[in-house]
Ligand binder design. Structure first.
Ligand SMILES: Cc1cc2nc3c(=O)[nH]c(=O)nc-3n(C[C@H](O)[C@H](O)[C@H](O)COP(=O)(O)O)c2cc1C
Ligand SMILES: CCCCCCC(=O)C(=O)O
Length: 396
């Protein structure tokens, strides 16, 4: 099996990727999936019910999770023809860094329930491909270890803001020291949504110690415990869950975070235009339109439905990123056309991680890159800057 043999990192060429897949037929049928649904099926076979249910599930009846996907069907692309599409560029620049493509790895915690390499696998894939990696605060691997394997790969740190401000300061200064170049503050999950699959499976990964790397390696966190995490893991997990996500969080706490770091701050979990405006007044440098992949507030608006209203309110004052439901190149084009500066990829890379570790993650991201580049070109555009509102039409 040959996989992306001629593909150079940071110099991905869609034609090379397509050809490497066609040529892999020399050795019989391809062993790795091409389509996302097949990665998902294989992940389901490989993982135990609890771990698969954790990534696959949403909140409540799953209405918002479906709305995220369905929203992409309410827009259609209107291609232009007879354009010279020989030179194509999918790169974007954000906060002073150039990315290979207009997407990033969404922060996904507790990766050790999917693969023993946990966050190290997607982090290495990200660095290799020139795609930024957003490390979750509830990662199994601590943030310094992830930084080490990424070399100079672009990395951002996602913070669930702790109740204790000293702990917040400690996470932020560790992230700065380890070369993370932006902070993502996630604000839609101060309480865990009603996740019926996980409730049925009686499954919460943190209880068995997954996702505690950043907490257990933090000196301020350890000073809050009666005993070290090694001595009493159960007690340490309980403190991390109690302290780890500030249910009393208000804009004042965001001001506190703003004062602690000079790094760009992006607020993740915004779906209301009024919140986007207030967030900018409180000094954020970017907005991430997200409903957490439909895992939190069931019945909430799909993010592609929310995006145009937020862009209209923000008036290009700061970049707007979005996630939830991005599965294909067409989805990425539609989000960019409606005003996103970049999108975050969530579940798709987790399924590939579960099936084939770092190699799987690279495959999925390269396929997404290729599909996006081809789609952009076939719709008569050659760069991300050309993806404006005229590219799409609302159809229902
Ligand atoms: C298993 C899992 C774990 C997640 N962990 C985090 C996290 O630690 N921090 C965070 O901000 N978002 C987290 N998210 C939400 C993602 O960052 C992202 O918003 C969501 O996956 C996008 O939806 P999609 O997967 O349907 O594309 C998680 C999502 C999943 C599926
Ligand atoms: C108390 C918040 C924990 C969030 C856990 C990770 C996550 O974001 C998710 O499962 O979704």
């Amino acid at each position: 099996m040959r996989l992306g043999g001629r593909v150079q990192s940071l110099n991905i060429k869609s034609a090379d990727i397509q050809m490497s897949i066609y040529e892999s037929g020399d050795e019989g049928a391809r062993l790795l999936p091409v389509s996302l649904s097949e990665w998902e099926e294989r992940a389901e076979k490989k993982l135990d019910a609890g771990s698969f249910g954790y990534v696959h599930g949403g909140a409540g009846a799953g209405d918002t999770m479906r709305a995220n996907i369905d929203a992409f069907q309410t827009y259609r692309i209107r291609p232009r023809i007879c354009m010279d599409i020989s030179n194509r560029d999918l790169s974007v620049k954000l906060f002073g860094h150039k990315f290979t493509a207009p997407f990033l790895f969404a922060p996904i915690g507790v990766n050790s329930i999917f693969h023993p390499d946990a966050e190290l696998a997607p982090a290495k894939a990200a660095a290799k491909l020139g795609i930024p990696y957003i490390l979750s605060n509830v990662s199994t691997m601590d943030l310094e270890k992830v930084a080490e394997v990424m070399g100079d790969g672009i990395r951002w740190f996602q913070l669930y803001p702790p109740r204790n401000h000293e702990l917040t300061k400690s996470f932020l200064s560790r992230a700065e020291a380890a070369g993370y170049s932006a902070i993502v503050v996630t604000i839609d999950s101060t309480l865990l949504g009603w996740r019926e699959t996980d409730l049925r499976n009686a499954y919460l990964p943190f209880l068995s110690g997954h996702g505690m790397g950043n907490y257990f390696s933090d000196p301020v966190f350890c000073s809050m415990l009666d005993e070290s995490p090694e001595k009493n893991r159960k007690a340490a997990v309980k403190v991390a869950l109690d302290e780890g996500n500030n249910i009393c969080f208000t804009w004042k706490d965001l001001d506190f975070i703003r004062q602690q770091t000079k790094l760009p701050i992006l607020l993740k979990g915004v779906t209301h235009p009024d919140d986007a405006i207030v967030a900018i007044e409180h000094g954020v440098d970017g907005i991430i339109v997200s409903n957490h992949g439909g895992r939190q507030l069931d019945g909430a608006i799909g993010t592609l439905e929310a995006l145009p209203f937020i862009c209209e309110a923000v008036k290009e004052k700061v970049p707007i990123l979005m996630d939830s439901g991005i599965r294909r190149g067409a989805d990425i084009l539609k989000a960019m056309a409606l005003g996103a500066s970049a999108v975050l990829i969530g579940r798709p890379y987790v399924y590939a991680l579960a099936v084939a570790g770092q190699m799987g993650v690279e495959e999925v991201m390269k396929h997404l890159f290729t599909e996006t580049e081809l789609q952009m070109a076939i719709s008569g555009r050659t760069s991300i800057q050309e993806l404006d509102r005229s590219l799409v039409m609302k159809v229902n």
